[in-house]
Design a binder for this molecule. Structure first.
Ligand code: DC
Length: 218
């Protein structure tokens, strides 16, 4: 097994920014597991599946072949062979991902892929259940969080920079609701692993957080 770093935490805590920074500094591969759940959600949306229809999610998720590759160090998610990076970062896909990710068949399929990636390389992987389920033996486990207002502000900035029209209060409500769904689901809920280090990024710079995580590597 190579070096495995697991970063879990709620939406908007800065997991992907930090994980990418660590990967670049240490020469590890960054694995964004949320992107895999989003690609699955995109497939379900395209198939017209209702987010509350568990049986349809069970059946349809078997038809989605999700793989990842890297181009110039950037993770590309392929859905049945199509590069879907450009389609998975919408609020609609995020909401569907939150509804479909608790499904056991969806998780089984994607966790297998994640474990295979970590077995073959030095990885920094971010998600919700990496330290608790996917990589229980990771050398470094971090639970990265920030208060919901700070997380909403970051998301608001990201969306407005992309030219999207949005409302800060709606974003914060959406974040609180997504946290609730991710933390209360039966299978692999978002929670801090017992051996994970808690990092609150609310008042820390990206560099400070990345250095704090790197300092945990033995
Ligand atoms: O981190 P993100 O917003 O891209 O994640 C999208 C959804 O996928 C989110 O609702 C939580 C879910 N997810 C999960 O259940 N397990 C993971 N390891 C990563 C994401």
């Amino acid at each position: 097994m190579g070096i495995n770093i697991a970063i879990d935490g709620p939406a908007g805590a800065g997991k992907s920014t930090i994980a990418k920074r660590i990967a670049a500094k240490k020469g590890y591969i960054y694995v964004d597991t949320g992107a895999m759940y989003r690609a699955m959600a995109l497939y379900l949306l395209r198939e017209g599946v209702d987010p509350s229809d568990t049986a349809a999610i069970d059946a349809k998720c078997q038809e989605a072949d999700i793989t990842i590759g890297y181009e110039d160090g950037v993770q590309i998610v392929y859905l049945n062979g199509e590069n879907v990076n450009g389609y998975i970062r919408t609020e609609e896909v995020g909401r569907m991902a939150s509804s479909s990710s608790p499904n056991p068949n969806v998780r089984k399929k994607l966790v297998q892929l994640q474990q295979k990636l970590a077995a073959d390389a030095d990885v920094v992987m971010d998600g919700r259940d990496i330290g608790t389920c996917v990589l229980p033996n990771a050398q470094v486990k971090v639970f990265l969080t920030a208060d919901s207002h700070e997380r909403a502000l970051r998301r608001y900035k990201e969306l407005t920079e992309r030219g999207e029209d949005c409302d800060l209060a709606v974003i914060e409500q959406d974040i609180i609701e997504r946290d609730r769904q991710d933390m209360t689901r039966e299978l692999s809920p978002l929670k801090q692993a017992e051996d994970a280090v808690l990092v609150d990024s609310s008042r820390m710079t990206v560099e400070e957080v990345a250095d704090a995580v790197i300092s945990l590597i033995k």
